[in-house]
Design a protein around this ligand. Sequence first.
Ligand code: AMP
Length: 297
Amino acid sequence: MINLVIVGSIGLDDIKTPFGKISSTLGGSAVYSALSASFFEKPGVVGIVGRDMPQEELKALKNIDLSGISKGEKTFRWEGKYEYDMNEAKTLKTELNCLSNFNPSLPNSYKNAKYLLLANIDPDSQIKALNQLKNEPFVILDSMNFWIKNKKEKLVSAIKKSDLVLLNDGEARQLFNTPNLIKAGRKLLELGPQYAVIKKGEHGALLFSYDSFFSAPGYPLEELKDPTGAGDSFAGGLIGYLAKHNKTDEKTIRQGIIFGSAIASFCAEALSTKALLKIKISDIKERYEVFQKIREF
Ligand code: AMP
């Protein structure tokens, strides 16, 4: 039985940063977040790939259940580029291919899961997946500028059904048309979720609830090579940690945010998924302790 389900994109990415480039590499929100969650709990991934997805790419995904991945014609492709300010990716190309009209179908062994990550994907697919779960799971939702621009109404309906919503700073400003992140955090909560998290790239993350506020620092990273997937890794680490401890109280969420931030910092140190495939839980715990020291005063 799978207790943590992750729905998201699985794709082939072309990435260019000032420090390197890589083409047709395995990426997508479900891939990064499942790799990250798998340090804590075996996730079941729901997504779709085309015939052009090399089989050996998916074999690299250890401690992840892949039985929820269906087959389509052509794999989703994304091309992105970063300038010296690596906080924001410039999307050069998005080819949805088999992601457009993706109708997720969850295996029976996923339907009683208590934790669900609706990673960045078409909000229609997020809602269709959510509706198949039987026991009111704890739902974390992530999204991006592409869906805010193209499917805002559907995205807002999906946010209303989630317990914790994650956006980065630029996306939160875009969704509510405000430069003020505190206002944007409050507006996210007004839509219904119990918690809202605004990620600020290398500058950390903010957690909002109705009666509290938490600010997580960014990890002082010296080797920043490719932030692709850092946001997804953050989300995967957070939900993996909650699933492992089977708790969703604010203290556990704060700890999960720090674990998510630690994994995201590793993700950004190497191109694509390379760092996530290499690190161990002991590396992540070491960084968690650095975060604890940074916060002392
Ligand atoms: P992040 O850097 O965490 O925001 O996520 C990067 C990943 O998002 C890449 O691996 C892309 O394949 C994936 N991605 C880019 N655009 C989209 C989109 N419109 N829908 C779903 N996934 C996307």
